[in-house]
Design a protein around this ligand. Structure first.
Ligand code: ADP
Ligand code: MG
Length: 350
């Protein structure tokens, strides 16, 4: 379906997108996840045809879209601040794209109804958009994107301006909508939870480079780099040195650990090599290696305890524990032996 091939873009001589390549399968929701400024919106605008790339190609079913203007691509777009026309009704706003495409009156009526039903706003057709809440306005914006029956939906941080409970509710509705309509979608966000809730596949964008693409589980369980691990909330990273290559054993300030090589096979492991190690957050009391430290802070989270721990070597780590602990307490935490990952130590992962 959609193929994005080797997209390059610079802005004021700084590289903004570097060789971005991926494909989107029929019915798939791909979440493009990256920090603010990583180039997500620029990539969407290039795919939409709103901005040219310096090089690279965007194809649909094998056909190059370079000469196809944005309004003829039939891609639906929705942004965080997608301004609705304030003096018009909900129905008129949703009809906007259809009028632009010269769709007939009766057909417009039917499509508007269908789109409003899809976003659970059927009874709001005659309201003025200024009388709606923020969440309702975003539903109208979504209906407007859906009404022309786009062959691809692109959403750029659509829930970013909403408060938490509304965001969760809309996320659930969106998830349902994307799964039932099977419209292929690219959903841009900097929020890992949002991405994991929606995505069939997650694509991680870091400084304009696609560093990893895969199912949420695959990406979480085997991040491609220390940066990816940290970005996905796995923050227990420490330096080490390889003392045995097969099986991999790494020596650290906390002692020796058996680890899995998560770097490229060509990059190691070699005896003596400096590596970055990831220690899982979840305690697994059945097996494996141990870490000792003093609890500095505990958060009760209903299904467990989130504990900040400082080791004798002043390393700060955090853990999910099933058992209660208290600040100030000395603890010994058991780790899942096969959950420890190692990468070559070359990358800046801040
Ligand atoms: P993201 O959506 O991931 O936050 P963007 O694609 O919006 O990232 O932009 C990445 C960076 O590119 C921004 O930090 C911005 O400084 C720069 N940039 C790109 N295009 C423009 C532009 N037309 N005007 C100003 N800054 C731009
Ligand atoms: Mg953006």
């Amino acid at each position: 379906m959609l193929e994005v091939h080797e997209i390059e873009k610079t802005y004021e001589f700084k590289p903004l997108l570097r060789g971005v390549t991926f494909t989107l399968e029929p019915g798939e929701t791909l979440c493009l996840l990256g920090a603010s400024g990583s180039g997500k919106s620029t990539l969407l605008r290039i795919i939409a045809g709103l901005e040219p790339a310096e090089s690279g190609r965007v194809l649909w079913n094998g056909a190059d879209l370079e000469q196809v203007p944005a309004y003829k691509r039939n891609f639906g777009l929705m942004f965080q601040d997608y301004a609705l026309f304030p003096h018009h009704s909900v129905a008129e706003n949703v009809a906007f794209g259809l009028r632009m495409h010269g769709v007939g009156r009766e057909e417009i009526g039917a499509r508007v109804k269908e789109a409003l039903r899809q976003v659970n706003m059927a009874s709001f057709a005659d309201r003025r958009v200024t009388d709606l809440s923020g969440g309702e306005q975003q539903r109208v914006a979504l209906a407007r994107a859906l009404a022309p029956r786009p062959r691809l939906l692109m959403l750029d941080e659509p829930l970013g301006a909403l408060d938490r409970s509304l965001r969760e509710q809309l996320l659930e509705e969106l998830r349902h909508l994307l799964h039932t309509t099977e419209i292929p979608a690219i959903y841009v966000t900097h929020d890992q939870e949002e991405a994991f809730a929606l995505a069939d596949r997650v694509a991680l964008l870091h400084h304009g480079e696609l560093v990893q693409i895969g199912s949420p589980l695959a990406v979480y369980q085997c991040p491609a780099s220390p940066w990816a691990a940290r970005f996905l909330g796995q923050t227990n990273l420490l330096d080490g040195q390889v003392v045995e290559a097969r099986p991999l054993v790494v020596n650290t300030a906390l002692g020796g650990f058996t680890a899995h090589w998560a770097g490229k096979p060509a990059d190691g492991p070699k005896i003596g090599q400096k590596v970055t190690l990831l220690i899982p957050k979840r305690e697994d009391r059945s097996t494996g290696a141990n870490v000792r430290g003093r609890v500095t802070d505990v958060l009760f989270r209903g299904d467990g305890f989130h504990a900040e721990v400082v080791t004798a070597t002043e390393l700060r780590l955090s853990f999910w524990l099933a058992r209660p602990v208290e600040a100030g307490e000395e603890v010994e935490i058991s780790l899942q032996a096969n959950g420890i990952l190692a990468w070559p130590q070359s990358e800046d992962y801040e």
